[in-house]
Unconditional design. Structure first.
Length: 195
């Protein structure tokens, strides 16, 4: 009887493995800050054409079953309509103010990284049959999330704004797809160098 239970589990999981499924998590501010050719974060410029191309490539690796984009409220509001058109769920991450002393001195702390990491860990637990995690950021702060994904048996795909913005630690976790590391860049010339 125990043997039949093991077989049923293997059949169940092999069914999901035949249809790869991907969770995509985007650190929008990181991407915009590291794609200098397209303007800074305060401008309306956004690398739409290249972003569409990357989303298309990700779709060839695995079916995107859930996708979230994280950023400060003003950035999410500015680019939210376009990202919702692509099916991304915008997540507003407020800046937390730490008042060190009474007076005008305040320290603002970005909450994007911890919110993205916690959401990623939660979604990896909830999504049945997930095979891939795509981190759209080159930030080394996401290395623990990539490590968690590998421990769960997921393949990791990384999309960074540019080669310079990609952390070597995060790049190490990228899986291989069609004989190459599954690392993509939103800047064209960087993409050609890695191909």
């Amino acid at each position: 009887m125990k043997f039949l239970g093991i077989i049923k589990k293997r059949i169940f999981y092999s069914f999901f493995r035949k249809h790869p499924k991907m969770l995509v998590l985007i650190d929008l501010e990181n991407i915009l800050l590291n794609v200098r050719d397209f303007g800074d974060i305060s401008s309306m410029a956004f690398p739409r054409q290249k972003f569409d191309e990357i989303v298309g490539r990700l779709g060839k690796i695995a079916q995107i079953v859930a996708s979230f984009v994280f950023g400060p409220t003003n950035t999410i509001t500015r680019h939210g309509d376009y990202l919702r058109e692509l099916g991304f769920i915008p997540v507003h991450c407020p800046l937390m103010v730490n008042i060190k002393e009474r007076g005008p001195s305040t320290d603002k702390r970005d909450t994007v990284d911890p919110v993205l990491i916690e959401t990623g860990r939660t979604m990896m637990s909830l999504l049945v049959g997930l095979t891939h995690l795509c981190i759209v950021s080159g930030d080394s702060d996401f290395t623990p999330l990539a490590r968690d994904a590998q421990r769960r048996g997921l393949d990791v795909v990384v999309v960074a704004g540019s080669r310079l913005s990609l952390s070597k630690n995060l790049e190490e976790f990228a899986c291989f797809h069609k004989g190459k590391k599954a690392v993509f860049f939103l800047k064209e010339e960087e993409e050609k160098q890695t191909a």
